[in-house]
Design a protein around this ligand. Sequence first.
Ligand code: ADP
Length: 612
Amino acid sequence: MLKQRPFLIETLTAVGLIVAPFVLPHLGFAPNTVNRILVWGLFGLGFDILFGFTGLLSFGQSAFYGTGGFVAAYLLTRAGFSNVLGALVIGMIAAAATGYLIGLIALRRTGIYFAMITVAIAEVFFFVEFNPLSDFTGGENGLPGVPTPSFDLGFTSIHFTNGWSLYQFIALCYFVGVIIALRIVRSPVGAILSAIRDNPLRATAVGHNIHGYKLTAFVIAAAYAGFAGGLLGVLQAFMPPDAFTFDTSGQLVMQTAIGGRGTLFGPLVGATVWLFLQDFLQSALGLGAAWKLVLGVVFVLLVCFLRGGIIGGLVDLYGFISGKRARKAAETEEIDVETPQAPPAPMQAKEVAHPAYSGPILKATGLTKRYGGLVANSDIDFSVDQGELRGIIGPNGAGKSTFFKMLTCEVAPTSGQIMFEGRNITGLKVTEVCQLGLTKSYQVNQLFTGLTVRQNLTIAALAELRGKFRLDLFRSLAGVKGLTEQVEHTLALVNLTRRADTPVSELAYGEKRRLEIGLALATSPRLLLLDEPLAGMSPRERVETVKLLKSIARGRTMIIIDHDMDSLFELVERVTVLQEGRVLVSGTPEEIKTNAAVQEAYLGGVHGEIAA
Ligand code: ADP
């Protein structure tokens, strides 16, 4: 829904905000309720970037909401500061700085542990606000007397007092918040945040510093929370102590889930449902505190039946209707959409720049990996020349995957050294090694499953074009030089041009395997490792993929593990055989086929025989 015509969402938001005061009163919304919805919506814009786009569920947003709110309210009520907008911005900066420090700690863990840390942090902030800092925060009394904004324009002054007058100020803040959030999610950083949500392991492996990007999302969410917290004080002319409570964080999570995560407007929609139900059930139906029971039922029903929330449900409905329409149109025009056309001829591999270094591109010496008492790799010496195509074979459990993991620095060797283009890469991180030009395609697909084929390749290409971390939050993807060319080039290389805008979940298995290789290729590696690229393919898919690998191989150095020896021997120039974690023998495919030791290894191994 965020990839519509340029400025469509911005325009619709502006129109919605302008007409709201004329329409909503007729639906029973009081101006104060609408203002509160907008404050929650603004709070939620940042939270959705963190939760919906990056996949980080924080229950600690009240810490930043309270921090921004109390800093702004303190400046305006106790420190003699009279510029309301200035105080809100200072509150926002204080919340962002706090978010940075908290993020450094909380992001050391993932999943449930990250969520638990954020809960603990919110509790600590709540305690601190009530006890050591009560002189500044007013403790349980909060800070009364927060003024509303007014602007002196010289010839006249504007006062935003309350009700629909204050709405204009809050609506403007919300609109600016939407513009900024849209820019962020459409930027290269936004694309990488979605990749982190879908598959952090692969986002790291294609060369992104995901810790830096997660911290960025955390700080953005804290900044939005801080500004919204300040607005709450302005709206109520009072900064309430409950801004810091866990309830605030929980309500934000629930509102986002109700409205739809990953949509930016989900929290606004969720807050609308929440506050409308609260007003309607509590006051109109006189349910009192029991209104939360009804809310609970609504929440459970929505989460069970509309997993993408209200907006997600509407988007699905739209997709269903427009898909039906498209199918109907296709039938009328008698276009056979089911018949796949012949894939375009693979392009010549892109010229990859080689540095001045002329020795072996990869040299491993004495490489050993122990898992407790088990020796997965033992004292392996291995060298690959520039432009060489090397195959690695060996029975299951011979240590091939472990060897690849060490070469790409996914796991650290117990001992030994790895030199890439004459540089010692032992102990580096997988992201750094990928940035240097060494990467691999995985034995089990590691794709960004929530994205399309093109978006997948974009993520990988961005790592090469922008480096491992860059804060180009306001740049559009189209503004990244060379990105479109690189993505199109890779699409053609792996024969997926026709499937570019297909979601990964709709690809056939063979196409997924090709995309897996494409993700590695899009980083323009000088050394490409392929871990069982033919695994799980039908015989026809194998033949096509071998053809594809041959075309990719031109001008590249590749090491390929595979069990399909017919295909592998057809592809590579030299083969290294591993057995029980050691190098058994290296030689040309012909030498390997006739080697007695290799025959013996396979007769004793899983395969029983070696293909001749
Ligand atoms: P291959 O790829 O040749 O099938 P692997 O490298 O996957 O072999 O495994 C080699 C040996 O190392 C196996 O005995 C396997 O059980 C063991 N191994 C691999 N990874 C781990 C791990 N993370 N922890 C413990 N043992 C492991």
